[in-house]
Design a protein around this ligand. Structure first.
Ligand code: GSH
Length: 216
């Protein structure tokens, strides 16, 4: 197959951002199809035929149409094996999967509670913030020992975490009086801040930042 994959995405969607990051880090050129939710572009029959939930991300490559960001990250490594994001061998693959599973199992519930609260401009329970900080600290400690969660190069675990932390930052920016501890959520952990800067400096990564977050 020679043509490039087409990626359907929505600005500000962390799952879509992950897939865009993976394509970028793997050096896979793709056609970008940003959908405008204000115009219900993700609810049109043509798009629903690709993704019946009307959700993003959805990559299309010839006859291949995939939904669910994690499945897409898995597919990408098989379809475009250069510059793997799921490790170089069986042991590394297991280690990356272990991290992704732990991020989803242990970090995501707290991230979700705090992030959704911020998006809805609700008062965030102190315990929820403390739990998020404790979980984030554990990943920060990991990053004191290596440049990336994946070791010497970013893997699917780094790709999972990067947009997730920016999503909290976006929620903080949307609130007039966000909880103080969330305003220095990243900078309070130097290893995490350094990792984020390292990720952002990789070729093409800065361009994946959600465009509407730059302007509103
Ligand atoms: N589990 C899915 C989640 C996808 C998802 O929730 N996408 C949201 C954006 S973050 C979406 O497309 N929302 C648009 C809508 O439902 O109308 C994945 O990881 O791909």
């Amino acid at each position: 197959m020679t043509e490039r994959p087409t990626l359907f995405w929505i600005s500000g969607s962390t799952p879509a951002w992950r897939v865009m990051l993976a394509l970028t880090l793997k050096g896979v050129a793709f056609e970008s199809r940003r959908l405008d939710t204000g115009e219900d572009e993700n609810r049109q029959a043509q798009y629903l035929a690709l993704n019946p939930k009307g959700q993003v991300p959805t990559p299309v490559w010839g006859d291949v149409v995939i939904r669910e960001s994690l499945a897409i990250l898995g597919w990408l490594d098989r379809a475009f094996p250069a510059r793997p994001i799921w490790g170089q061998d069986a042991a590394e693959a297991a280690s990356v999967w272990q991290d992704v599973a732990l991020l989803i199992e242990d970090l995501h519930p707290h991230l979700s509670e705090v992030g959704l609260g911020l998006m809805r401009r609700e008062v965030i329970p102190k315990e929820a913030i403390t739990a998020l900080e404790a979980e984030t600290d554990a990943w920060c400690v990991r990053l004191e020992a290596s440049n990336y969660l994946g070791g010497t190069a970013p893997m699917a675990s780094d790709i999972w975490l990067y947009p997730a932390l920016y999503w909290i930052g976006r929620g903080v920016a949307l609130n007039a009086n966000p909880p103080v501890s969330l305003t220095d959520f990243i900078t309070s952990c130097p290893a995490l801040a350094a990792w984020r800067a390292r990720m952002a400096a990789l070729p093409g990564v800065a361009d994946t930042y959600p465009p509407h977050w730059r302007t509103s």
